[in-house]
Design a protein around this ligand. Structure first.
Ligand SMILES: [Zn+2]
Ligand SMILES: [Zn+2]
Length: 340
């Protein structure tokens, strides 16, 4: 089969690659659509842990089941599915409970396990309703490839459970930030203030239901929130950008007793005093590695979330390097999808 193999910063080459081995507890999927994640871009532009030479990235994908392991009973060949690929150690308390996602030795699809920028990918621990779901006919493969980032957004909102009259701030307008806005809207949240960069993203955030949209390249979000919320301040800040400066701003924007949910991954260190949390009784939450994929597919099928306007570019597998460069640099790019 063909796969897009990573060979160090800005080096991805499409090569002949061994067909994956079928796991007893998993399936092999013929990949239809595979999205580029922000975390993939970090690896692509800086190099992976230990160099990352020879790895295949890609964890936001959809496709058709072509082979089924002997322990898997809930799917048939030809089913259209989305899945999250993860393997735990198999021995710790959490793995014994079937919650391998909490295993401290978790390896993840695209990082440790060969990912979905390839014609075929093997998904271990495959279980519909857990970390995999069938796609209804009304949801396209391309939308299916957005179910993983959407599931992160859904998990973030569920962690906080905002009320309709809460003032919510979303910093960072990649697909996850915009999905957070749409989910908040679908739950009746009226006041959403969002900040991001790149004109296209700001437009779609506005269409998605953000009441106020701030272009972070031109304006500081803190005084905007002060103006909208007044002395009340924000109830919840979702920090989706992973930018140290926005971490500090989130702590400034939220009121005493408010919630800051960190959704973006930080590549840089942040220096701060935990006294801000203590003194202001702020709840600081991390949203990592816990997905609700079935919930995400349901949001797509019901139309409560529409990711179609966020799918801005499609490339063939042979063009994977171009796809990465586009996701990294194009002003118009929100979600770039590779179609093996
Ligand atoms: Zn991702
Ligand atoms: Zn384990």
């Amino acid at each position: 089969m063909k796969a897009a193999v990573f060979h160090g910063a800005h080096e991805i080459r499409v090569e002949e690659y061994p067909y994956p081995k079928l796991p007893d507890d998993g399936v092999i999927i013929k990949v239809n659509s595979s999205g580029i994640c922000g975390s993939d871009l970090h690896v692509y532009s800086r190099g992976g842990r230990g160099g990352g030479d020879g790895m295949i990235m890609g964890h936001e994908f959809s496709g058709d089941i072509v082979e089924i392991g002997k322990d898997v009973t809930d799917v048939k060949v030809g089913d259209r599915v989305v899945a999250i690929g993860g393997v735990g150690c198999g021995e710790c308390y959490w793995c014994q409970q079937g919650q391998y996602i909490k295993c401290s030795k978790l390896s993840f699809l695209g990082y440790g396990i060969k990912g979905a920028f390839a014609e075929y990918t093997a998904i271990p621990n495959f279980k519909i309703g857990m970390y995999a779901e069938k796609l209804p006919d009304s949801v396209s493969y391309e939308e299916g490839a957005t179910a993983e980032p959407l599931s992160v957004a859904l998990y973030a909102v569920n962690q906080v459970q905002p009320k309709p009259d809460d003032i919510c701030v979303v910093t960072g307008l990649g697909i996850i930030g915009i999905c957070v806005i749409q989910i908040l809207r679908s739950r009746g949240v009226k006041t959403i203030i969002a900040s991001g960069r790149r004109t296209k993203r700001l437009e779609i955030a506005k269409q998605s239901g953000a009441e106020v949209v701030v272009d972070a390249a031109k304006e500081d979000i803190v005084p905007v929130v002060e103006k909208v919320a007044g002395s009340r301040k924000a109830d919840v800040v979702f920090e989706v950008a992973g930018v140290p400066e926005l971490f500090h701003k989130a702590l400034q924007m939220v009121h005493r007793g408010g919630v800051v949910d960190l959704v973006g991954l930080y590549m840089e260190q942040v220096t701060w005093s935990p006294s801000v949390i203590v003194g202001n009784d702020i709840t600081l939450i991390g949203c990592g590695l816990r997905w609700d994929l079935p919930g995400a597919v349901e949001l797509l099928a019901s139309g409560k979330v529409d990711t179609k306007p966020m799918i801005t570019h499609e490339f063939s597998l042979d063009q994977t390097k171009e796809a990465f460069e586009t996701q990294l640099t194009s002003q118009d790019a929100i979600k770039v999808i590779v179609k093996p």
